[in-house]
Design a protein around this ligand. Structure first.
Ligand SMILES: *[C@@H]1O[C@H](CO)[C@@H](O)[C@H](O)[C@H]1NC(C)=O
Ligand SMILES: *[C@@H]1O[C@H](CO)[C@@H](O)[C@H](O)[C@H]1NC(C)=O
Length: 389
């Protein structure tokens, strides 16, 4: 039954020992998370479980004529008890050249990229106009695990070292040092007046992507901060598929996560070279920075996801002034592209054309809501895409 699955998932995720000192640890022989039945108790943490996942709103971008996607998304959201707000997708033909900022924007850019840019700008505009503290932005083919809310509760906790305070660039002892910290060492969310259960100081939480790297001292475009190379690990996460299912597509090289970490580990870190915007949250401050940069100032030269990735990498940081924006991501991602049978994106072919069009699937997501939709509406037991042996 769904209910018992969900209860088991929540129980499994219940969190334990709160060690107040953040310590580095060696991966091998690191203690597994101990699971007990208690939930994180603070209000901030319980807000993550609400119908907008602890954000003020969830926007879903959808081209009005794609009623197929709207139907599927409405059901997917309802089956997870989420409240969504539709944001109209924009056809590229509806974007006149004169509204595109910058003199030297790329005239040969795909029409789909123009429309996508405008649709994302419109959502950022709404977030600012309505003064929302934060919002999650989804594309209409996004999918997630039935256990999303408990996954996000862990993510919110893991994100704290990145989002708690204004970043200090100065006090880094060894900028080349990659530090792995288990989530069990991160204090649970406090009851302080957090503007968001995900922390007070963040720009983007990149929760659904089709690839991101672990940052290294070589990839950093801005001076390192204390958390630039930090990785918060969630060990023995039953929602993470076996390593062989972590590749982005069948011909991809093995996934970095699978190579570096024990099976069933999820890792939260600063985003680096992230691509695809199936799901990302922005704070009010993040929305303002992004709309100024890409709605007002900067010329459009490529797809919005690539632009956002470069922005998160600090490539737009003003010389000598800014540190990189605070963009936190997670591997494997918590949201992913659902590939239906005969799937075709309105921008370009999905997965670079690598996806088997005969097989319906969602990368990285085990108890996919989309794949289980029929079973869920019938009240039947859900199935795992990749059961462990
Ligand atoms: C969910 O929690 C967030 C953060 O506290 C809040 O802004 C939002 O309004 C809540 N959503 C609902 C539907 O109450
Ligand atoms: C926007 O919201 C913030 C708090 O989230 C508040 O301090 C500010 O006054 C609000 N601005 C407007 C114009 O409502």
């Amino acid at each position: 039954m769904i209910v018992s699955h969900r209860a088991a998932g929540i129980a499994f995720f219940g969190i334990i020992t709160v060690i107040l000192i953040i310590q580095s640890f060696r991966l091998h022989g690191a203690p597994a998370i101990r699971h007990v039945g208690s939930q994180l108790s603070s209000k901030a943490s319980s807000d993550v479980l609400n119908t907008t996942l602890g954000f003020q709103k969830i926007f879903v971008i959808n081209l009005p004529e794609r009623t197929d996607r709207r139907d599927a998304m409405t059901l997917t959201a309802a089956l997870t008890n989420l409240q969504i707000t539709w944001a109209k997708g924009v056809p590229g033909t509806d974007v006149p050249d004169k509204v595109i900022p910058g003199e030297d924007w790329e005239k040969s850019i795909l029409r789909g990229n123009k429309g996508s840019w405008r649709a994302h700008m419109n959502v950022l505009n709404t977030i600012i106009d309505h003064n929302l503290t934060s919002a999650l932005i989804l594309e209409d083919d996004a999918d997630w695990d039935i256990r999303l809310k408990s996954q996000l509760q862990l993510f919110a906790r893991a994100a704290q070292p990145f989002t708690a305070n204004t970043h200090q660039a100065a006090t880094v002892t060894d900028p080349d040092k990659i530090i792995n910290v288990p989530i069990t060492s991160i204090p649970s969310l406090s009851n302080e007046s957090l503007s968001s259960p995900y922390g007070n100081n963040w720009d983007v939480l990149w929760l659904g992507h089709c690839g991101t790297n672990f940052p290294t001292s070589i990839t950093l475009a801005t001076p390192p901060t204390n958390t630039s190379l930090l990785r918060v690990t969630i060990l023995n996460d039953p929602t993470v598929p076996n390593p062989e299912h972590l590749r982005a597509h069948p011909f991809a090289l093995q996934d970095q996560l699978a190579e570096l970490y024990p099976p069933h580990t999820r890792v939260v870190h600063h985003s680096s070279g992230a691509i695809c915007t199936q799901a990302y949250a922005v704070s009010q401050q993040g929305a303002r920075k992004l709309l100024w940069r890409f709605g007002v100032k900067e010329a459009l030269t490529k797809g919005w996801d690539l632009v956002l990735g470069e922005w998160c990498d600090g490539l737009f940081a003003e010389q000598g002034r800014d540190t990189a924006p605070v963009c936190v991501t997670v591997q494997p991602p918590l949201f992913s592209h659902h590939f239906g049978k005969g799937a075709a994106s309105d921008i370009t072919a999905p997965g670079g054309g690598f996806v088997d069009k005969e097989k319906e699937m969602t990368p990285y997501v085990r108890w996919s809501v989309r794949l289980n939709m029929g079973l869920l509406v019938e009240g039947a037991e859900v199935s795992d895409q990749w059961p462990d042996e």
